[in-house]
Design a protein around this ligand. Structure first.
Ligand SMILES: [Zn+2]
Length: 161
């Protein structure tokens, strides 16, 4: 085994503290504007790619695989499968107190996955919750009674919860 030279010596990983706090406005564009508007109506809508026939959710103005404009709108189902997830253990401004589950779900009739909170899961044992989520359980969309045309108008919940 070769010896390490001085410039190959392992060094401890560097951690740099930082802080971001800024206001901004985001121009959502036509497709996202309608997508969020429809959330306010209690509907999750996608756009259809005329070439590959995928239904893109959240709605997009063009297909990221074919590079063509999407044409028609499709309402997708309120049930789907959890594709992947993360369990946040740290507090983030604007998010609920940890632990928080955020997951990607492909809803019935959609070709792509949608990101949102997965609520209603017992997180007192995070390892047990993660094991349950790794099985990619069926989930349901639950719309809130008070909606604002935001992604927070709905959340995912395990279908068997
Ligand atoms: Zn396409």
């Amino acid at each position: 085994m070769a010896e390490l030279t001085a410039d190959q010596e392992p060094v401890p990983p560097l951690t740099i503290a930082g802080h971001w706090d800024f206001r901004y406005q985001y121009f959502a564009g036509d497709a996202a504007s309608r997508f969020f508007h429809e959330l306010g109506n209690g509907r999750i809508m996608g756009t259809l790619c005329p070439q590959c026939q995928r239904v893109l959710v959240p709605a997009r103005g063009f297909c990221d695989a074919c590079y063509v404009s999407t044409t028609d709108w499709r309402q997708v189902g309120d049930r789907g499968r959890l594709e992947t997830f993360t369990i946040l253990a740290s507090r983030f401004p604007g998010l609920p107190d940890p632990p928080v589950v955020i997951g990607y779900v492909t809803l019935a009739g959609a070709s792509t996955a949608l990101l949102n909170f997965v609520l209603g899961l017992d997180l007192t044992d995070v390892e047990a919750a993660a094991t349950r989520l790794l099985a990619q359980p069926a989930v349901e969309v639950r719309f809130r009674d008070q909606r604002e045309g935001r992604i927070t108008d709905f959340f995912f919940q395990l279908a068997d919860a």
